[in-house]
Write a protein that binds this ligand. Structure first.
Ligand code: F6P
Length: 534
């Protein structure tokens, strides 16, 4: 059954929210806290190792009730059931969306078989049992893929650096030849294993990189040695075989797993190699637990639903265009680029599920960097700029290496930033601060030192960065984006918008080879190509 088509702006809840927005938009968070001593507890969620504080949002209980009403009116429950049931909710591609089936308790047989194959393979590579063509153990694993076939594994491998083994794990994604050359120049073909990951096995970047790497390998090795050094993950088994990958080295993927949700499938093979299969399994388990929470918890206590509704509140009523995600962990430095694909490729849509142009805002722009570094980079704009930028702060109670001094300083900053964004600094406070300064100078300086405050934040405080909590965290954002797509009445699981550029690039490549400029093309692009060729 397809997802229902419900225009969110035609719901009663939307109308009420619009009215409610007028009443609440100028209210100060500091006043909301002053009026209600139990506010923090009221807007707090506790689940497993997650503590989510969303009390620093510009909401009251009516806002929450109305947002929940909106979720019910757009029949979110029905949409969630359809997704988990495997209904073909990716309607424009005629596919089910079942990445959740890769991490649940009851996995399909084909998933179990693939997991077993991943387990065996990763254990052989890690233990040194898998030998290269000269009999040496593998020292380096290179993932060749792009988008969902790169970002997910790379983000997890970096995030779980603490849990890594001796293997060097590298990622080649960009068709920029310098990326390949920089990566392979220090590698030894005798001890390097390449995992070519491409759901379609037609992606220009990946196939080009895979060919370059194979040619590099064949400079020292013979063709029959390819089987010991190249494996592939794909749905397109025919093209994989054509590339020369041995049957036993092919890991399947399925059409019901979208590229940007595929790290839970054999696309995660480099993760299993980097941190061992047990840790990879824990990652899946963590995601599975979040799936269960999302599927079974009442919306009012449901973390992904709550975060999605708050995001809708700012995007569609406060007209906030962007959201920042700030993980206070250097390990998570790739989390935001990863989430950017998930969130923006999914919800960057302007046509409703019934095929009409949408008159309201969809897909939030997501950005961010780890704290504390980002405090010294773009936080100025969040604190004192003209734009409203809701932020998610993600932090961990425990550090992995256990340095208390660093951890306390990190977390003091983590808490201080949301406090500063909430409170700001009033003119009276600035006056007090400047009271010893020359009066004229102080009065000139005063307006620049005032912070408006009233900037909304969510705080996700997690016990510790483990494969399991990381799995839960990633799944949380996956579900959040789905809820938003349901409410916006869009299809979150296709990505037609990336096709046009690919087609045009193929045309320009031909143009470069043939120097034929007779095809219609805008004058700007044509003169740029000519300049490049000159
Ligand atoms: O960017 C478009 C896209 O189709 C992504 O959705 C996908 O993750 C990426 O390209 C790579 O595709 P493939 O795995 O088929 O090479």
């Amino acid at each position: 059954m397809p997802l229902k088509t419900i225009n969110p702006t035609a719901t009663k809840a939307w109308e009420k929210l619009a009215k409610h927005y007028q009443e609440i938009k100028d209210q100060k968070l500091v006043d909301l806290f002053a009026e209600d001593a139990s506010r923090a507890e009221k807007f707090q969620l506790k689940w497993n190792n997650f503590f989510v504080d969303y009390s620093k949002n510009r909401i009251n209980t009516t806002t929450k009730d109305l947002l929940l009403e909106l979720a019910n009116e757009v029949e979110l429950k029905d949409a969630i059931e359809k997704q988990f049931n495997g209904d073909k909710i990716n309607q424009t591609e005629g596919r089910a969306v079942l990445h959740t089936a890769l991490r649940g308790n009851e996995k399909p047989e084909e998933v179990k078989e693939t997991l077993q194959k991943m387990k065996d393979f990763s254990q052989e590579v890690i233990s040194g049992e898998w030998k290269g063509y000269t009999g040496k153990a593998i020292t380096d694993v290179v993932n060749i893929g792009i988008g969902g076939s790169d970002l997910g594994p790379q983000m997890i491998v970096d995030s779980l650096q603490y849990y890594r083994n001796h293997l060097g794990v590298h990622f080649i994604s960009n068709v920029d030849g310098d990326h390949v050359m920089e990566t392979i120049q220090d590698l030894d073909p005798e001890t390097t294993l390449f995992i070519i990951v491409s759901k379609s096995f037609t992606t220009q970047e990946t196939i080009t990189n895979a060919n370059t790497v194979r040619n590099w390998f064949l400079k020292t090795a013979a063709k029959e040695n390819v089987a010991k050094h190249f494996v592939a993950v794909s749905t397109n088994l025919e093209s994989v075989k054509e590339f020369g990958i041995a049957d036993q080295n092919i890991f399947p993927m399925w059409n019901w797993v979208g590229g940007r949700f595929s790290l839970w499938s054999a696309v995660g093979l480099s993760i299993a190699c980097a941190v061992g299969f047990e840790n990879y399994q824990s990652l899946l388990d963590g995601a599975g637990k979040m799936d269960e929470h999302f599927q079974t918890t009442d919306f009012k206590d449901n973390i992904p639903v709550t975060l999605a509704l708050l995001s809708i509140w700012y995007n569609n009523f406060f007209d906030a265009e962007t959201e920042a995600i700030i993980p206070y962990s250097q390990y998570l430095h790739k989390l935001v680029p990863y989430l950017q694909q998930g969130i923006m490729e999914s919800n960057g849509k302007s046509v409703s599920r019934d095929g009409n142009k949408i008159p309201y805002q969809t897909g939030t722009i997501v950005w961010g960097e780890p704290g504390t570094n980002s405090q010294h980079a773009f936080f100025q704009l969040i604190h004192q700029g003209t734009k409203l930028i809701p932020c998610d702060f993600i932090g961990f109670k425990k550090s992995l290496h256990g340095n208390k001094e660093h951890q306390d300083k990190l977390m003091a900053n983590f808490f201080a930033q949301t406090e500063a964004l909430l409170k700001g600094k009033t003119p009276a406070q600035v006056e007090e601060e400047l009271k010893d300064m020359d009066a004229e100078k102080a009065s000139t300086l005063k307006p620049f030192k005032v912070f408006e405050g009233n900037k909304p934040t969510n705080t996700l405080l997690i016990d510790k960065l483990t494969p399991e909590t990381l799995g839960s965290l990633v799944a949380l954002y996956e579900h959040k984006l789905f809820v938003q797509g349901v409410i916006w009445n869009i299809f979150s699981y296709d990505q037609w918008g990336v096709e046009l550029g690919k087609q045009l690039a193929n045309g320009i490549l031909k143009q470069m080879e043939t120097k034929d400029f007779s095809q219609p093309q805008d004058a700007s692009t044509q003169s740029l190509v000519k300049e490049y060729l000159s």
